[in-house]
Design a protein around this ligand. Structure first.
Ligand code: KG4
Ligand code: ZN
Length: 371
């Protein structure tokens, strides 16, 4: 689309009018989930009585709908996401998913004040489907449009259910494509403390599951099969980077796992499979929480948050909460539906940005970015 400037119709007025709440339609197509959500901004005048000069407590937007269609069945036969199939699938389903999000929210497009979309990082073909769709709607309806960073959206998912999380916040983001630690000193500010130098944690789980022929995505399958396994049965060593940085590395762990699989003859059918998977899951969780501990020592956060698809994992959630309890730091993990890719978290970032700068509108020249 060429560089057409869209002037946001009446948006600033609505943002500042008492009792009028802004509606955002958000779209997420960064990888293999097609998602659309409608969120209503909280009314800042509704936050109850307060002493003069004090700030109202932060309120979360209301999620009126959050529709997520997974493409797992499309990619499962290949043991991983096939980018070309992912973008084709988004094209097939996006109209119905956006329609369903509007229907469940009981609103029409004419009620939408703001459009939001994941801009990147992700699969470029998949991102472009959502981006073009949201741009088209914003252009036609002459409404503001905003591109959202996918990683920022994952972090924001934690605040959707707990808007009052105290800063500074230390955030661990663990997904299929990313593993990173962030320091959040205030809303909408993110400082990268460390990230993976090779595989992401979810990627390591997915690759081991693929090697054993267990299916895709690997994380949930491993979790299910590891349920009754002994997490101490296989001798994994905690991975460490040689310097004192907070960067992660999971490729050594993956290679070590492949070696153990060969040495012990672990297969899809073998009785030791649950023990092996429980041990692997345990070491991944311990490696992640070990980094949180090192980072917490450095930055002394008031709160800890955990997000991204791998944050659905019960063992990781438990280890994370155990560490937080021992350290006396409040910890927050989104409910499972908000951990994996979804559009509600995208809408939440957009609403926060617009609450800060109501006149802000992203140019329609906005492009997708893969990394
Ligand atoms: O955040 P997400 O939906 O997509 C990316 O942005 O990458 O995360 C997907 C990742 C996959 O690697 C998947 O195996 C992992 O999250 N995952 C899990 C679980 N559910 C999804 N990993 C461990 N345990 C789970 N229950
Ligand atoms: Zn994601």
């Amino acid at each position: 689309m060429s560089s057409v400037y869209v002037s946001p119709r009446g948006f600033s007025d609505k943002m500042t009018k008492k009792g009028v709440k802004v509606l955002v339609l958000a779209v997420e197509t960064s990888c293999d989930e097609t998602s659309a959500a409608v969120l209503r901004d909280p009314d800042p005048y509704e936050s109850g009585t307060r002493a003069e000069g004090t700030c109202p407590p932060p309120m979360a937007p209301e999620v009126l709908s959050n529709i997520v269609l997974s493409q797992d069945e499309v990619h499962a036969p290949y043991g991983g996401v096939v980018p070309e199939l992912a973008s084709r699938q988004h094209i097939k389903t996006i109209t119905a998913i956006v329609g369903e999000a509007l229907t469940r929210a009981a609103v029409g497009l004419d009620a939408i004040d703001l459009y939001a979309v994941t801009q990147g990082p992700g699969l470029i073909g998949s991102l472009l489907v959502g981006l073009s769709f949201a741009k088209g709607l914003a252009y036609y309806h002459k409404k503001p449009f905003i591109g959202v960073d996918h990683l920022e959206a994952h972090l924001e998912a934690c605040f959707l259910e707990n808007p009052g999380i105290a800063y500074p916040v230390l955030g661990l983001l663990v997904s299929g494509g990313h593993t990173a630690l962030y320091l959040l000193e205030e809303p909408l500010s993110y400082k990268l403390l460390g990230r993976t130098r090779d595989d992401a944690a979810g990627e390591a789980l997915d690759k081991i599951a693929k090697f054993l022929g267990l299916g895709y995505p690997g994380g949930p399958v491993i979790e299910q099969l590891a349920k009754n396994g002994d997490p101490k049965a296989f001798p994994f060593a905690l991975p460490r980077t040689k310097d004192k940085s907070l960067d992660f590395s999971f490729s050594g762990l993956k290679t070590g796992a492949l070696k153990l699989i060969r040495e012990h003859g672990v297969t899809k059918e073998s009785p030791r499979l649950p023990d092996f998977l429980a041990s692997f899951e345990e070491i991944v969780a311990r490696a992640l929480v070990d980094h949180v501990r090192a980072a917490a020592d450095q930055v002394q956060p008031r709160s800890l948050i955990l997000c991204g698809g791998v944050a659905r994992n019960t063992r990781l959630r438990t280890r994370f909460q155990d560490f937080a309890r021992r350290s006396g730091i409040d910890a927050f993990v989104p409910s499972p539906k908000l951990c994996t890719d979804n559009a509600a978290m995208v809408g939440a970032v957009a609403l926060k940005r617009f609450a800060r700068s109501p006149g802000l509108s992203t140019d329609l020249d906005l492009d997708a970015f893969a990394r």
